[in-house]
Design a protein around this ligand. Structure first.
Ligand code: 4NP
Length: 160
């Protein structure tokens, strides 16, 4: 079993989109029992909320259903211990998650999601909250690119 946690700020736009995209890829690969997927926010303002309606719409157009997801705040140290991959969306999320790992025991698990991108060469998944439709499409492009490679990576780990 490998466990993947996607992390953004609010857990209503980027990380639930990554959770929805990756869990579909995991399902299609028949690995549901082998890979656990979840997402969380570094902030807790949206705890219990559904994903942002714009993110739900844009994801739906690509065949991903995010409507059952609920925002939660990351829990330290529990999430840091439990998950094998803790994948952050931007540099601020990365800094904030690393700061939660006070004893620096789990730093090696924490990485920018875009470090798995094959097609795009970018530093982060930008916050689309104050952006137009193209901002949400860009988020999904980056997430799909990274998640394809992430799945290959986790598959190799599972068989190692
Ligand atoms: P997310 O986007 O981090 O991708 O979920 C945001 C959602 C809400 C806020 C910021 C970013 N907010 O400040 O409420």
């Amino acid at each position: 079993m490998k466990k993947v946690l996607f992390v953004c700020l609010g857990n209503i736009c980027r990380s639930p989109a990554a959770e929805g995209v990756f869990r579909d890829m995991v399902r299609q690969a028949g690995l549901e029992g082998k890979i656990k997927v979840d997402s969380a926010g570094t902030g807790g303002w949206h705890e219990g909320d559904s994903p942002d309606g714009r993110m739900i719409q844009h994801a739906r157009q690509r065949g991903y259903d995010l409507s059952d997801l609920e925002a939660r705040q990351i829990r330290a140290p529990e999430d840091l211990s439990e998950y094998d991959y803790i994948l952050t969306m931007d540099s601020s999320n990365l800094r904030n998650v690393l700061a939660l790992d006070v004893k620096k025991e789990h730093h090696h698990k924490v990485k920018p999601l875009v470090s798995f991108c094959r097609i795009h060469s970018v530093q982060e998944v930008p916050d689309p909250y104050y952006r137009e439709a193209d901002g949400f499409e860009h988020v999904l492009d980056l997430i799909e690119d990274a998640c394809r490679e992430l799945l290959q990576h986790v598959k190799k780990e599972l068989s190692a």
